[in-house]
Design a binder for this molecule. Structure first.
Ligand code: ZN
Length: 109
C-alpha cells in the first residue's frame, strides 16, 4: 500500500472512531429505530457531512471491520468497493492492504 492510500484509510478510521462514540452515547438512550446523524466516514479529512442512520443500520455496518458508511459520491474506488447504494448513504468495503489496516484499527477488535 502506498503512502497516500494508507493516509486515506487512516482518515476513515478517525471518522469511524468518532461515530463509535456517537453510537455509544445514543445506545444509552435510544432504540435501534432511532435516527442519529453519523459522520460520513470517507477518506477526506475535511468532510463534515452528516448521514441520518438508524442505530440498527449503523450497528449492522460496524459488525464488519472492513465496512464504512459514506455519502453518495464519497467512495474511493482505489481502496474500496460500494456494496450497498441508496439515496442517503453508500456502504463501502475496503480492499487489500487498506482492509487489513482498518481491521487492525477496529476499536472493537
Ligand atoms: Zn465524506
Amino acid at each position: 500500500m502506498d503512502y497516500r492510500e494508507e493516509r486515506l484509510a487512516r482518515n476513515e478510521v478517525l471518522f469511524r472512531n468518532v461515530n463509535e462514540q456517537i453510537e455509544q452515547a445514543a445506545m444509552s438512550q435510544g432504540t435501534d429505530e432511532h435516527v442519529y446523524e453519523f459522520f460520513c466516514e470517507c477518506s477526506n479529512i475535511d468532510c463534515s457531512l452528516r448521514l441520518p442512520l438508524t442505530l440498527g443500520v449503523y450497528e449492522e455496518i460496524r459488525s464488519d471491520p472492513r465496512l464504512f458508511v459514506v455519502a453518495p459520491g464519497h467512495e474511493l474506488p482505489e481502496i474500496e468497493v460500494v456494496i450497498r447504494r441508496n439515496t442517503e448513504y453508500h456502504v463501502v468495503r475496503k480492499q487489500g492492504e487498506a482492509a487489513e489496516l482498518v481491521a487492525a484499527r477496529d476499536p472493537r477488535s
